[in-house]
Design a binder for this molecule. Sequence first.
Ligand SMILES: [Zn+2]
Length: 210
Amino acid sequence: MTTNCPLCSSIGTTFFKDEKQHFYLCRTCKGIYRNTSEYLNQTDEKERYQHHKNHIKDLGYIKFADPIISSVKKYFNKNHRGLDFGAGHTPVISEILKNVNYQVEIYDPLFFNNKKVLKNKYDFITCCEVIEHFYKPKKEFELLYNLLKPNGKLICMTLIYHKSIDFENWFYKNDPTHVFLYQKETFLWIKNNFNFQNVKIDNRLITFTK
Ligand SMILES: [Zn+2]
């Protein structure tokens, strides 16, 4: 079976299929994407996110998010303007950064749908465990690119699939809200096709520079 890739519109063929799940692999951008018939409706999706543990007091999550926080602190100062895109129900990253006086707005289509913040431009945007939830990755990366100032950085965190991972037993694909999974090549495709200057991949931290 084939279907068009939601990132690059090229053809994808079946990559994995069992009784419950069906993923395609795009031949061009190497993205791995879920069959659209498995997408949750917005009510179920929201319900599912409410169970995602990302509380400000959750030390495990704070440690988990540390590569993003460290990266913001390394490249930006308190005069820069940031956006936490896809903040979820509890905007931990922006809270941590605000506690040390960074300026960070929050946006989340389900929990903080404040379209006003999408009218500004930002020096940095954080996307912590967000991009694997994109139903329309092309549209979302276009939006993220346009929200950045020149030389701004888009700092993402997601688990990257590579060939040594046993996909059938990979926990990351079992979350029904994980609909688009990335390989290294996918990030290079995004960099080249959205005209980012640069992309740096460091384990689960992916940083694009406009
Ligand atoms: Zn593709």
